[in-house]
Design a protein around this ligand. Structure first.
Ligand SMILES: *[C@@H]1O[C@H](CO)[C@@H](O)[C@H](O)[C@H]1NC(C)=O
Ligand SMILES: *[C@@H]1O[C@H](CO)[C@@H](O)[C@H](O)[C@H]1NC(C)=O
Ligand SMILES: *[C@@H]1O[C@H](CO)[C@@H](O)[C@H](O)[C@H]1NC(C)=O
Length: 360
């Protein structure tokens, strides 16, 4: 007769032996068996239209890409790619995920027109996700919703093809709502990535301890917090050493005029460079969805600072250097902007915020 303990140790041995295996994914039918292993090679293949590639990985798994992943074209809700697991290393080795954007783009993004897979890349893992190229996302690109520390680095998001109008887009950029990184998570570092898109480079909706550093943002709506809805907290955000080129604004914090019970606190900008800003250098606005409309007071924004080294912004003629539109009493704490330099354009309004150290 075999003891219970022996059964347990046999089972434990089987699990360990299994986890140590290596596997290769060359089609969706390989996924279920492969994710039992902690060393996975992801070969290039085309995911059938209307299906997603979902990797629910064991703790400690390493995934290495060895080819490009394409997604068949079909109007559906997505996401196209989902990865989850703790302490995962996902290395793209410079290989691509191609979302087939031109098939979907109609200048309307998520506001109308055809249903688009969104987000394209859903990241629910902790660990490191690196060296992946994402081209032509139908709508938003990376959605980050992990619970444990995550670093996203060495990524290239190239939606430059979406800048041009197409036959559906009525003269507007065909790509729309193509946010680079949407973050609703804590303990996230996004470093040394390149983003060329038509919406926010980064949009933080909630979370704490979020670092955005050494990235380049081209063509979009800049580095954003918000829009902030009710009952959420954003705290401990560091935005440093980024290069922002031809965006609507460099930095924006926008809160819904009707939101209540939310806070945005401890946001620090340093050493960023921005040129070709089309609308604002910095925009902090509590009147969303209006721009510089009647602000709400239900979200408290506090401790928003520009620290050394200086951040240098150049805005286009006709653009506002800085616009701050707070409700009475809802922008508090320290707003020391002595390490912000803006040139070009015209000075904008600063309402209900005690900004110090910055001269328009
Ligand atoms: C999807 O359509 C786009 C635009 O026509 C094309 O570039 C892409 O190659 C197509 N994808 C596949 C997998 O056929
Ligand atoms: C502000 O945020 C930074 C980065 O997350 C953190 O290191 C620092 O302790 C925070 N400061 C306060 C006063 O909470
Ligand atoms: C703002 O920060 C600068 C640089 O750290 C410092 O010299 C200055 O005293 C601060 N101003 C206020 C009003 O705290």
């Amino acid at each position: 007769m075999i003891s219970i303990n022996t059964v347990f140790s046999l089972l434990a041995g089987a699990i360990v032996a299994n986890a140590a295996c290596s596997a290769t994914i060359s089609s969706l039918s390989d996924v279920a068996a492969a994710v039992k292993c902690t060393s996975i090679t992801l070969n290039g293949f085309t995911v059938p239209a209307g299906e997603g590639l979902t990797l629910s990985l064991a703790s400690g798994t390493t995934v290495t890409m060895a080819g490009d992943i394409l997604f068949g074209n079909k109007s559906w809700a997505g996401p196209l790619f989902t990865v989850s697991g703790t302490s995962v290393t996902f290395n793209g080795n410079g290989h691509k995920f191609d979302g087939g954007g031109p098939f979907y783009w109609d200048g309307q993004g998520l506001n109308g027109g055809t249903t688009k897979p969104d987000p394209m890349m859903k990241i629910k893992m902790s660990g490191t996700f690196e060296n992946v190229h994402v081209v032509n996302s139908p709508a938003r690109v990376f959605s980050v919703g992990n619970d444990d520390p995550l670093t996203l680095t060495g990524l290239v998001i190239d939606n430059s093809q979406g800048d041009a109008p197409n036959s559906m887009s009525k003269g507007l950029a065909a790509g729309h709502n193509t946010d680079g990184f949407d973050v609703s998570a804590s303990d996230v570092t996004i470093s040394n990535n390149q983003v060329h898109n038509q919406d926010d480079c980064l949009a933080i909706n909630k979370g704490s301890n979020i670092v955005f550093t050494g990235n380049s943002c081209t063509g979009g709506h800049g580095i954003s917090i918000g829009s902030i809805s009710s009952g959420v907290t954003v705290s401990g955000v560091v935005v440093s050493g980024n290069t922002i080129t031809n965006n609507d604004q460099a930095f924006r914090i926008k809160t819904d005029a009707t939101s209540t019970g939310s806070t945005v606190t401890n946001v620090t900008y340093s050493g960023n460079t921005a040129t070709g800003l089309r609308q604002f250098g910095v925009l902090i606005d509590q009147s969303y969805p209006s721009t510089l409309g009647t602000p709400g007071t239900g979200v408290v924004i506090s401790d928003i600072n520009f620290v050394a080294p200086v951040s240098t912004l150049t805005v286009n003629s006709g653009a506002d250097q800085v616009a701050v539109n707070c409700g009475k009493g809802s922008c508090t704490g320290t707003w020391n902007w002595s390490n912000l330099k803006v040139s070009g354009g015209t000075s904008g309004p600063i309402t209900n915020a005690d900004v110090t150290g910055f001269t328009q």
